[in-house]
Ligand binder design. Structure first.
Ligand code: ATP
Ligand code: MG
Length: 574
């Protein structure tokens, strides 16, 4: 490709709203163009990288037995109604009507479609197992699209769906896909690790996320510094906390605590470690039938409520969709006073509320809790005196706390989720009535798995991992070109001739080459090489007339001089 023909509209400045370097560089270097909020087009450079990522994923998925399909993007809402997700999925699902007033959804994920296909064609255990995948556009009406390709509304995903006779075979495929993912990320030059995760709106019994450690990540993972335990903070476990030495010594009593509506204030007023103070978090639980219910979560004063764990605790009891904060005014209406909420009399005040206690509070005594009246707390509270409390793991496993498996120290890291694999079981095959006949001729529902990779997010993730302050640094497997020949002076006929012959030789050798034949200054061409991130720049300057060619590796910007033949050999082999 000649640079003079390449449509790569670079910008002097990155977009104003860009925070992440990947977002800045992808737009500034002309890989992508924003068309609307969370909606991007891929320009030629972006498309080259995208295609390489897709080719890598295709090859590995197929080597692991999956078959490539292209599912529909627009799906009749009736299918989502049947699976029960039309209401459950929430506002990220874009629903619209056609001219005949029929409802449709823009696919945010394709479990329903894949299950429908299996239902139509798989009649016997002899046709199983099957793994179908596609690499295609998804739409999720994200509440806060941001960070460019990282959190878009329209994005590209690889999604695979597998069908099995039984759970043992699903386990085998789950492991097979985990292997495939390791190979894919390895080939893409990404340092990714699998972590225990929550299954969210997809559902199922077990899931693993593939994440990349990055300070710019939106997710938090909890890793043990001693053993292999690593999990998304949404599900991370911790050992029972050790009780501090300064246990408050008080008999059970109500105590006036004026103006202490925060844990800090009560702690200072009573001179008590927040460990011993019961913190109440009240949420409105939105239910599938559009109604709502109140939930009260109790954790230790120095713990915080983990929202995903809290939602999962509610889901075990009611068809909960999401949790919303409750303002003090709304609390007052329920007879609760912000900062003074406790378990005493709660059943009387709010007979229908869901009430949960964090597992770390099991058997806890010497506690302080709100007295459900303004300016008063109970001291000397012993939770074992209550009957039938619902203890659940609802608190965040904090940085520095202790690993439940080995006693090591837990550490928090920011991370980017690039893939997620799920054991769905028969959730979708049951709701959609997708059955096959087993060896004994009995009708059984498929056991299913599904396996996602954020294909377009990968461009951003690779740049977050590799880029420097000058621009894009791609993994060699996905760089838009392997080498750019930089002709230092296009007015010099000798350099032009040298550049042209090198260009032909590299093209003949099937090396992906960009010839920078633009009449620009050498400095400007170098800056574009650094911004776009071809793997190498081959400099054709005055030294080239004596047969010396400088090759600059984009990763680390190391320079090395070669003879003409050496550089051709190197680029062919590298
Ligand atoms: P997240 O927690 O980041 O919202 P998710 O758990 O909802 O993601 P999955 O349903 O597991 O996502 O989708 C599979 C993959 O698709 C994710 O691992 C991620 O890489 C990618 N992905 C999800 N949402 C987006 C988005 N809004 N923009 C770009 N990629 C996305
Ligand atoms: Mg996920």
């Amino acid at each position: 490709m000649r640079y003079s023909h390449l449509f790569a509209p670079t910008l002097k400045e990155p977009p104003k709203d860009a925070v992440l370097k990947s977002h800045k560089y992808l737009v500034q270097a002309g890989f992508i163009q924003q068309i609307g909020s969370g909606v991007y087009s891929f320009l030629p450079l972006g498309q080259r990288v995208l295609k390489k990522i897709i080719d890598t994923i295709d090859a590995v998925m197929q080597a692991h037995g999956a078959q490539s399909c292209l599912f529909n993007f627009v799906t009749p809402a009736a299918l989502w109604q049947e699976s029960g997700r039309l209401e459950k999925y929430g506002k990220e699902l874009l629903v619209f009507k056609d001219r005949k007033e029929n409802d449709f959804v823009l696919g945010p994920t394709h479990e329903e479609v894949a299950t429908q296909i299996a239902k139509a064609h798989i009649k016997s255990y002899k046709q199983l197992p099957l793994n179908l995948y596609q690499i295609h556009t998804k739409f999720r009406d994200e509440i806060r699209p941001r960070f460019g390709l990282m959190r878009a509304r329209e994005f590209i995903m690889k999604d695979a769906y597998s069908f099995h006779t039984d759970l043992t075979d699903l386990d085998r495929e789950f492991a097979n896909m985990q292997e495939a993912y390791n190979e894919i990320f390895d080939q893409l030059g990404l340092k990714v690790r699998p972590v225990e995760a929550d299954s969210g709106a997809i559902g199922g019994s077990k899931s693993k996320e593939f994440v990349l450690l990055s300070p710019s990540g939106e997710d938090t993972l909890v890793a043990c510094s001693n053993c292999a335990y690593v999990a998304n903070v949404e599900v991370a476990k911790r050992a029972k906390r050790e009780e501090p030495l300064n246990v408050p010594q008080a008999a059970f009593a109500k105590f006036p605590t004026p103006n202490t509506p925060t844990i800090e204030a009560v702690s200072a007023y009573l001179k008590v470690d927040p460990f011993f103070i019961l913190k109440a978090v009240v949420k409105k639980v939105l239910l599938e039938n559009n109604e709502s219910q109140t939930a009260i979560f109790f954790v230790r004063g120095d713990d915080s409520l983990e929202e995903t764990k809290a939602l999962n605790a509610c889901k075990a009891l009611v068809p909960a969709l999401s949790l919303e904060d409750m303002e003090s005014a709304a609390l007052k209406k329920c007879g609760l006073f912000a900062g003074y909420i406790g378990p005493y009399g709660l059943k009387h005040l709010l007979p229908n509320a869901l009430v949960f206690f964090d597992t770390d509070l099991q058997e806890a005594d010497s506690l302080i809790c709100g007295a459900n009246e303004e300016g008063a707390h109970f001291v000397g509270v012993d939770l074992s005196s209550f009957e039938g409390l619902n203890y659940q793991d609802i608190a965040t496993a904090q940085d520095g706390q202790i690993c439940a498996l080995c006693g090591g120290v837990l550490e928090h890291h920011k991370s980017i989720e690039v893939g997620h694999i799920f054991k769905l079981g028969s959730k979708y095959s049951q709701s959609l009535g997708a059955q096959f006949l087993d060896q004994e001729g009995r009708a059984c529902c498929f056991e299913m798995g599904c396996y996602g990779i954020g294909v377009s997010r990968l461009l951003a993730a690779i740049l977050e991992q590799n880029s420097d302050e000058k621009g894009c640094v791609w993994s060699e497997a996905v760089a838009p070109f392997k080498v750019v020949i930089i002709n230092a002076n296009t007015k010099d006929p000798k350099l032009n001739a040298l550049s042209e012959t090198l260009y032909s030789a590299l093209l003949d050798a099937k090396v992906e080459t960009l010839l920078d034949d633009r009449p620009e200054r050498f400095g400007a061409k170098m800056a574009d090489f650094e911004l776009i991130g071809c793997s190498y720049a081959l400099i054709v300057g005055n030294k080239a007339k004596e047969g010396v060619f400088e090759l600059i590796k984009r990763h680390g910007l190391e320079k090395k001089e070669f003879s003409r033949q050496e550089v051709l050999d190197f680029l062919q082999g590298a």
